[in-house]
Design a protein. Sequence first.
Length: 96
Amino acid sequence: TLPGLSNFLLIGAEALATLLGAILGPFFLFHCWLLCKNMTTVEFMEGRRDKAESADADSSAKADSSAKVDASSPYDFGVYENLRSVLGENPLLWLL
């Protein structure tokens, strides 16, 4: 029966939903990308570290271009096969 309180709670709930969506949206998309590449978060971070170390070595020692680190996973079999390996054999059951 308090219109001011209900408006305040409605605006607060919208702000909270927007904040959570802004934080969890990119987090979800990043992990979907990892799933499509069949990588774990640890493998992704190790690849970033290796690239940073090789960039430091390139700038100090002028290494050749063959020293670049490949960012792909050795377990990457394509998007469909990666999804199938994680979510199961039957695509009709993936969203359950």
